[in-house]
Design a protein around this ligand. Structure first.
Ligand code: HEM
Length: 230
């Protein structure tokens, strides 16, 4: 039984596992296309970034093929992430409670947050997830715009050498930062046990929702609209 199906006040039969729907099939497909693109972009980008990593170009059929395919994967990632952005930006809007959560991050990381209403009444996303979301959003815009400046196959006539040099520097720095943000995202998804199932099966356990996103669960069960207006 999914929590969304439970009527307010309805008794749940003992032994029924409570699961809560978290992502639609569309959102999951959208997410995994984006994730695949980022991994391929990191591998192909690193292959052309430094000679010691050139061996990675074998994955894409050699140096020339890697150079040709990298920007196109970037275009797919841009549009795919735009889909995620449109789905989730409202739920990632910053609230007063998020600042408190961030200030007290040490308690959260030390698992000492479960008794404190300021730290457990969390909506669909906590402040850490929101920082990752907005970080990815800004970095992807920086990457696509600096990437277009250095996409010589199509745009070499429209930019100067100085602009290209600056764009390469910005593109490389943004790529390094987004790989770090991605590592934080994946680490958090694995560290908070039960989270991966949200993006694979589309649902989480009632216990997970109660422990990590209690306000979201309350709103679902009581039939309140899930955020954003709070
Ligand atoms: C490849 C490894 C990845 C794994 C294992 C992974 C895992 C997950 C999981 C488990 C969730 C659900 C979290 C929750 O509902 O609390 C999630 C959400 C999300 N992921 Fe990923 N992810 C990966 C890569 C990416 C990449 C590369 C991006 C974007 C560039 C991305 C963007 C998102 C977004 C936007 C959400 C929704 C959460 C939010 O809006 O804050 N993920 N991911």
């Amino acid at each position: 039984m999914s929590a969304a199906e439970i009527e307010p006040g309805q008794a749940v039969h003992r032994g029924d596992p409570v699961t809560v729907d978290r992502y639609t099939v569309g959102a999951r497909i959208n997410h995994w296309i984006t994730a695949t693109c980022l991994v391929l972009l990191a591998l192909s980008g690193l292959a052309v970034f430094h000679p010691s990593l050139f061996f990675l170009s074998h994955l894409f059929g050699g140096g020339q093929a890697t150079r040709a395919i990298h920007p196109w994967i970037g275009v797919v990632l841009f549009f795919s992430f735009a889909g995620l952005f449109l789905r989730f930006w409202r739920l990632n809007l910053w609230r007063g409670a998020d600042t408190t959560w961030m200030i007290r991050l040490r308690e959260v990381l030390g698992n000492r947050d479960d008794q404190d209403p300021d730290l457990v009444e969390i909506g669909k996303y906590n402040a850490g997830q929101k920082v990752v979301f907005w970080g990815m959003s800004v970095l992807i815009i920086v990457l696509i715009s600096s990437g277009l400046v250095i996409w010589d196959q199509y745009f070499s006539d429209y930019t100067t050498l100085e602009q290209k040099r600056l764009a390469i520097l910005i593109h490389s720095l943004a790529a390094i930062v987004i790989i770090c943000v991605w590592i934080v995202h994946v680490y958090a998804a694995i560290w908070v046990r039960g989270t991966i199932g949200a993006m694979t099966r589309g649902r989480v356990t009632g216990g997970w929702a109660w422990r990590h996103h209690r306000k979201w669960l309350r709103d679902l069960v009581t039939g309140k609209p899930v955020e954003p207006a709070e």
